[in-house]
Design a protein around this ligand. Structure first.
Ligand SMILES: [Fe+2]
Ligand SMILES: [Fe+2]
Length: 357
């Protein structure tokens, strides 16, 4: 089946169950040369499970996560593991983390979780740790070294001395464009850990780094930003092949800085527009994105989605599973030396972005 067949056309031609089991056949995994084995993993991010009161949660966000989990379970061949990319909760509440965790518990296969700022700033990741373990860690899988960083830390002054209550601290960091927020960072302690961790890894081993915020500086006004990004990049620079995959931005972005390829992932909750589309905010967005197919206000899942990722060449190919929208694939182009949106890079093939008023 062609990758270009849309979910809508598949759904139109078959029952929903058949569509879900048919879709992953588009993702043909190719064996590649060398000793490494090709494999695929699933990436779900930014569910923002939000409690209204008691056992009542925002339905839309629940449904996005539930649908991603259901589809991920139907992938054939099965992906080796699942990453949840952060912002499981909206305001870091135990009830939200529990409710989101219950939905994630239906996933087949091992889950690795990344810390998001919405999970962290109520109790500084304490309850999240009870569910998912350490805030940063690494593991090896089929010849690839994976690193999970907690990139949403900020200064001690802001974290411990600025706000009278933990609830207010959480609310201040939860706003997208709140000037009372504070730039994210990985921080000295974790960068030292990373240096030690990477010292044991052969420089030819492909690296995949998962962070919540971009480990590059995209737009400070919305915290699409990590303050010590260059210091982290310097630790990754000696390796032949580095891939950073991040959530938080709720939109497709990709970029190349030196040897490091960057790919973002979609949210299951809601889309953010590209910062450059907001005329009231000065934009420092580098030319690294293309206009996203914008949200349809009459379809609550539009411009949201989840991802299948394979690293057959040692570089990431991100296959975006966009609900009721054309699937998109961003793959590393070895000739160009950077990731390319394989279907939409040509300006003549782009859809116009939504106009904001
Ligand atoms: Fe988010
Ligand atoms: Fe976030």
């Amino acid at each position: 089946m062609s990758e270009l067949i849309t979910r809508r056309s598949v759904l139109a031609g078959a029952g929903a169950g058949a569509a879900l089991t048919t879709l992953p056949l588009s993702m043909v995994t190719l064996a590649f040369g060398g000793t490494r084995e090709d494999f695929t993993f699933t990436y779900i991010s930014d569910a923002h499970i939000q409690q209204i009161k008691g056992a009542s949660f925002v339905r839309n966000w629940d449904q996005g996560l539930k649908r991603a989990v259901a589809e991920a379970n139907l992938v054939k061949p099965e992906s080796d593991f699942v990453i949840f990319g952060g912002d499981l909760a909206q305001l870091g509440k135990h009830d939200e983390l529990d409710h989101g965790g219950e939905i994630l518990s239906h996933l087949k296969g091992k889950l690795h979780a990344v810390m998001g700022e919405h999970d962290y700033y109520l109790d500084l990741g304490d309850y999240w740790s009870k569910l998912y373990g350490p805030h940063y860690y690494s593991f090896d899988h089929k010849g690839v070294h994976f690193v999970v960083l907690n990139s949403i830390l900020t200064s001690e002054q802001w974290t411990f001395h600025r706000w009278p209550t933990a609830e207010q601290r959480m609310l201040e960091m939860a706003g997208l464009d709140n000037p009372n927020g504070s730039p994210f960072m990985v921080g000295d302690k974790q960068r030292k850990w990373l240096a030690n961790d990477l010292a044991k890894v052969d420089k030819k081993t492909p690296l995949v780094v998962f962070s919540h915020s971009p480990l590059q500086k995209i737009y400070k006004g919305w915290n699409f930003w990590t303050d010590d990004a260059e210091d982290v990049q310097a630790l990754l620079a000696p390796f032949d092949s580095v891939n950073v995959i991040y959530g938080h931005v709720h939109q497709i972005q990709y970029n190349q800085i030196g040897n490091i390829s960057f790919n973002s992932v979609m949210a299951t909750a809601w889309p953010w527009p590209y910062p450059q589309t907001y005329a009231q905010a000065e934009s420092h967005l580098p030319v690294l994105t293309i206009p996203m197919n914008r949200a349809d206000p009459f379809f609550e899942r539009d411009a949201t989605g989840w991802q299948l990722i394979d690293i057959g060449s040692g570089r990431v190919t991100a296959r975006y599973q966009l609900w009721d929208n054309d699937q998109r694939t961003v793959a590393f182009d070895h000739k160009a030396g950077h990731p390319v949106d394989t279907a939409y890079q040509e300006p003549t093939q782009r859809r116009l972005p939504q106009t904001h008023y």
